[in-house]
Write a protein that binds this ligand. Structure first.
Ligand code: TRP
Length: 477
């Protein structure tokens, strides 16, 4: 077997991970969901979940990756010593393919907006323009173009293509967003937007927490690139002397900053244009900003740079989504990198085309379905780290962790109990609202706690039995 690529530097790893995390999830999906789910109520629940679930969950994926030293299927198989590990890995790869299918469609919209910005083609009738641009044959064309760019970068491999690209692209995204947020603050009619986004409304929050927790948890996972093994894959190229907890904090904080910043641009602008925040849907970003750019002197320059920055952020995340299945094919089936990239790209070209043509499927897949798949994937990772590996996971957490090392034990407790309960709770909420069943808060909480306990017992007794069996076999010999 060929030796594996590895990161040239830890900074390269951190930047690439931030590049994966910061993308359309922050700039397009986050403002859309925040506007559609009550503004500040969503923001509060989302931030709590990022801190309470996202950070320890990201650490769990990093630990799995560095322990496993392979892409998901192989890593999970060898770490669990069971076919269930490979099954979870296959599920993760399938999830990445589903995500990339809609991601590439939105990447295509972004690409189109970059090209249409210099002439201001969408300035006059933003809503109609978005309607026409977002579905149909032209949307298919831009989806394919975006996917082609991403595939070309993935072809060059881990350290060369991705590391170099991320280093250039990230600072540009942040600078542009800061500038735009500053400019937005000087616009008239934005007060209601800031109040909606940042004003804390405890009553609304209490009344809506069960509706908000599903999408907020899904968004927290999506934005941190959790639940598909994408981050696991990146960490599998990492050396033992790197501090996983420190890197996790840097990545989570930077990523959250970029999302909240994007909200500071999009939501006030939405309000200043008199658009009902709940009505935007997946078009929120494009319509809100188009209306604003149209009313500005020099709007077309501003628009070009903004959508250009979004496109760059989308490319780095798209690279990461494509890298999961490609890396898996290379590692598992010994397929050449080139052939793996071409095959995966062709598959996503087809599925993304389907989504560009079917608008209702698009909204379901990019919203609820993504939330569900990521939650299930993360639940699997938590089970492996928190229920099976335990001691090994603690040792891997501590390797290179320096002053964060004492946090290993409380972290494992969180990963083994608190996180599975929270993830199951949000899964129950999403499934219940999908099925149109209204369960009380108490019932959902009980389902989450009992479900976690049962899963944990099932997993741990099974492996304890296995260990006993191995022990008696050994003593027979
Ligand atoms: N986190 C990225 C974003 O916010 C999207 C993404 C890239 C992703 N890789 C992922 C989401 C892996 C889930 C899993 O745009």
């Amino acid at each position: 077997m060929a030796t594996r690529d590895s990161w040239v530097s830890n900074v390269g790893f951190v930047l690439a991970a931030i590049g994966s995390a910061a993308g359309l999830g922050n700039i397009w999906r986050f403002p859309w969901l925040t506007a559609g789910n009550g503004g500040s109520a969503f923001l509060v629940v989302y931030l709590l979940i990022v801190v309470g679930v996202g950070v320890p969950g990201l650490l769990a994926e990093f630990v799995l990756g560095r322990l496993g030293r392979q892409t998901p299927i192989g890593a999970l198989r060898s770490l669990t010593g069971s076919r269930w590990g490979s099954a979870l890995g296959v599920f993760n790869v399938a999830t990445a393919l589903v995500l990339l299918s809609f991601y590439s469609v939105v990447g295509g919209w972004t690409l189109r907006y970059v090209l249409a910005s210099p002439s201001g083609a969408y300035f006059d009738q933003p809503q109609q323009y978005f309607g026409a641009a977002s579905h149909g044959l032209e949307a298919v064309g831009f989806h394919l173009l975006f996917l082609g760019i991403v595939a070309a970068i993935v072809l060059f491999g881990v350290s060369r293509g991705i590391e170099r690209a991320s280093k250039v692209m990230l600072p540009a995204v942040v600078l542009l967003l800061v500038g735009l947020a500053g400019w937005t603050a000087m616009q008239p009619g934005t007060d209601a937007g800031y109040a909606f986004y940042l004003g804390f409304d405890a009553e609304y929050l209490a009344a809506n927490v069960t509706n908000v927790v599903g999408p907020a948890a899904g968004q927290a996972l999506f934005t941190l690139s959790l639940g598909t093994g994408a981050m696991l894959t990146y960490a599998s190229y990492l050396d033992e002397d790197v501090s996983l907890p420190r890197d996790t904090l840097v990545i989570a904080i930077s990523n959250t900053f970029i999302g909240v910043l994007a909200g500071l641009v999009v939501i006030p602008l939405l309000f200043s244009q008199g658009i009902d925040p709940g009505q935007g849907g997946p078009g929120t970003l494009f319509v809100a900003l188009a209306t604003a750019f149209a009313s500005l002197p020099g709007g077309s320059v501003l628009a070009t740079s903004f959508f250009g920055a979004v496109l760059l952020a989308a490319v780095t995340s798209g690279i990461n989504l494509l890298e999961t299945p490609v890396g898996t094919l290379v590692d598992r089936l010994d397929v050449s990198r080139r052939r793996a990239t071409v095959l995966t790209t062709l598959l996503v070209a087809v599925t993304g085309t389907g989504l560009s043509l079917a608008g209702s499927a698009f909204q379901f897949v990019s919203g609820t379905l993504a939330d569900l798949l990521l939650s299930v994937g993360l639940f699997g990772f938590l089970a492996i780290v928190g229920w099976l590996l335990r001691g090994e996971a603690i040792a891997e957490f501590r390797a290179g962790a320096g002053r964060f090392a004492p946090l290993a034990e409380p972290w494992l407790l969180t990963v083994g109990w608190v996180l599975p309960v929270v993830v199951l709770f949000s899964l129950t909420n999403t499934l219940a609202s999908l099925a149109g069943v209204s369960l009380g808060l108490g019932v959902r909480a009980i389902v989450a706690v009992v479900g976690t306990t049962c899963c944990r017992l099932a997993v741990t007794t099974r492996t304890d039995d296995l260990r006993d069996l191995q022990r008696s076999l050994r003593s027979l010999r």
